[in-house]
Design a protein around this ligand. Sequence first.
Ligand SMILES: Nc1nc2c(ncn2[C@@H]2O[C@H](COP(=O)(O)OP(=O)(O)O)[C@@H](O)[C@H]2O)c(=O)[nH]1
Ligand SMILES: [Mg+2]
Length: 459
Amino acid sequence: MNSSTIAAISTPVGPGGIGIIRISGPESLNILKRVFVRESNDAEFYSHRVYYGKIFDPKKGLLIDEALAIFMQAPKSFTREDVVELQSHSGFVVLDRILSAVLDSGASLAEAGEFTKRAFLNGRIDLSQAEAVIDMISAPCEAAVHIASQQMSGLLKESVEDIRSALMGLRTRIEAKLEFFEEGSTSEDQDFVLKSIKREILPKIEKLIQNQKDSAIYRDGILLSIAGLPNVGKSSLLNQLVQKETAIVSEVPGTTRDIVREYLTIQGVPIVLCDTAGLHDSIDPVECLGIERTRNQIQQSDTILFVIDASRPLMDEEKRLIESLKTKRTFFLLNKIDISDKNRVDALKTQIQQDKVVTISAKTGEGIDALKDMLFRGIVESDFVKHHEVGIPNIRQRKLLEKAAEKLKRCNREIVKGISEDMVSEGLKEVVAIMENIIGSRDREDLYDTIFSQFCIGK
Ligand SMILES: Nc1nc2c(ncn2[C@@H]2O[C@H](COP(=O)(O)OP(=O)(O)O)[C@@H](O)[C@H]2O)c(=O)[nH]1
Ligand SMILES: [Mg+2]
């Protein structure tokens, strides 16, 4: 346990109904008694009860604010230390004065993430759970919150521990042979290790890596670009999807030159939506620059919305573009159906010959909900969030898992070549160490400092 007592403002700074100051460490209760005065003058605080009183500046004896105080006796608290929470009115000056009073009474200012770090160092949570706290705070959408909360419950930790103990089992088997039989292990043992790695351990690691890849869209969102010839209604579509007049809509072709970005979520998936300059041969140098940017943007995007004006026949240039988009996930949108007719739309569909075709009117909003539905189904191909059982690593953990998989594959190749048992055992030991770094073995100060410094102060 840490001997110092730390404090910080734990709620966002700014005017608000309630602000919370959190204190953690052995002096928490004494500090509470120094700054907080109850109406009844009763000095006793029972754990996990809420008390009403007033906070005074202990140096000057001045009243700061009325407040509620909660004392949480160790180990039943977030940090497993004695914790006090003071709930006052929010507002920068009030909270700052209370924090000063608490610091004057014996606490030191907490560093970023120090509360969570203590929870980790005191064994309340493992590293993957601590990282889930960061993910939870910064989750951009519901699905990301869901992933983070699963992580906090320790699902990944269980999977990693499972893999770790399987590896330990293999090591023990080899080591035992090395200890007791001079002639070393038999080819039967080597074969057993080889098969266990290949059939049991590697698939588990690979599943975790895949889970991280699949979940990335929930954490980072996807990049969706609207492309097409000038004047087909790209900017109108962006405005319709985000329900505001972000991009300039005009009947003058070549209006949009720079890339316009907006953010939206479709059923919890964060999306960065980009409007681009219309693609065509232009002689205007500024427009040409815009078109160049559009081409780069298309390259970088996860998915393209290719807009076609359905009130006129397909242009040759459009045919070429449709062909060139074959390698990208593209949705083809037949726009302006409010001024087109069924025969023309059907003819266009036959010409385009793609399955992801949606008819819309960016002007009236017709077909936009169907488009959103189709996008969601097309992008989130699996029922990923609800149906994974082994936990979802973050990018740091995925890198370690990839390293582990690489080492195991190498280990297997070397077993086939006939390396010595102690080399195999050494290889397995390295992979066990990697597994321990994923969940954290509580003695890697350097690693923790980097991870916890990503937190905000007060968490
Ligand atoms: N009738 C009709 N007009 C549209 C529709 N979408 C866009 N427009 C019009 O087409 C013109 C070009 O639209 P804009 O969004 O600027 O196209 P962009 O050049 O592709 O970005 C404007 O006059 C829009 O009002 C639509 O669905 N129906
Ligand atoms: Mg435009």
